[in-house]
Ligand binder design. Structure first.
Ligand SMILES: [Zn+2]
Length: 247
């Protein structure tokens, strides 16, 4: 057995092989996909740190095996280790409530339309995001994988698509939301739960055609926005149909 003092240990170069499965390959360079990636490192490094150094954010990672034994993200890699990393399984271990980064306004509206609780401001600072996640068990949705790598993020998903509708399909599939959809449940503007309201109470605020053709209304008690089953409702039904067809 060779004993190294801390100084020598920290300067010794170790090598480990990482094999990423399935959708984790989305994060790798073209020449790294689907094959073992050899990584060199100095000093004690966790599997989490090494995986993230290759671009794979920890909230995307599920089962880890080290030399065919169960491991964990916190396992310290040893020289010669063979590490296999699987994506986290679909589903949501916490209530599906989301925090979306500032580029995801359209996805926020889609998710709220389906009834999901979504925090979104277009000027969240990174520090605010960290504070919200530290307080709530929210799932962070972002395209910024560096944000997902922050220590404070426990639950998160890196959106692959740039298209907001494709992003919605990704989120529904990843967190298995199909059976949790509750349309007309949440304000698209401010996220507050909606209440049904008598037409008579809001009739002064309706345009003539809306007044004539619709009888069922919801209102946001927070921002007073009124909702009815008009063209936005038709669009929502179309989105729901497509979500269900693809899931
Ligand atoms: Zn509102």
């Amino acid at each position: 057995m060779i004993f190294l003092c801390e100084r020598e240990y920290n300067h010794r170069v170790s090598t480990a092989s990482f094999l990423f499965h399935d959708r984790l390959n989305d994060f790798l360079r073209q020449d790294q996909k689907g094959r073992p990636v050899i990584i060199q490192f100095k000093g004690p490094q966790s599997i989490k740190h090494l995986a993230e150094s290759l671009g794979v954010p920890h909230p995307e990672i599920g089962r880890v095996q080290v030399n065919d034994q169960d491991g964990a993200l916190t396992t310290i890699a040893e020289d010669g280790d063979q590490v296999e990393v699987n994506p986290i399984e679909n589903g949501c271990v916490v209530e599906p409530r989301f925090l979306l980064d500032c580029h995801l306004g359209r996805l926020t509206a889609h998710l709220r339309m389906l009834g999901f609780d979504c925090y979104y401001e277009n000027d969240y600072e990174d520090a605010q995001i960290a504070a919200i996640l530290g307080r709530d068990d929210r799932v962070l949705l972002t395209r910024d994988r560096r944000l997902l790598m922050r220590k404070v993020v426990v639950y998160g998903y890196c959106l692959r698509s740039l298209d907001s509708f494709q992003q919605l399909l990704e989120v529904v599939a990843r967190f298995e939301l199909e059976n949790k959809i509750q349309p007309f449940h949440r304000c698209l503007r401010c996220n507050h739960p909606l209440q049904s309201v008598d037409k008579e109470l809001i009739i002064d605020r309706l345009k003539p055609l809306t007044r004539e053709y619709f009888d069922e209304f919801h209102i946001c008690p927070n921002c007073q926005q009124i909702y009815w089953k008009g063209s936005h409702y038709e669009r929502m039904l179309e989105i729901l149909k497509q979500v269900k067809a693809r899931s």
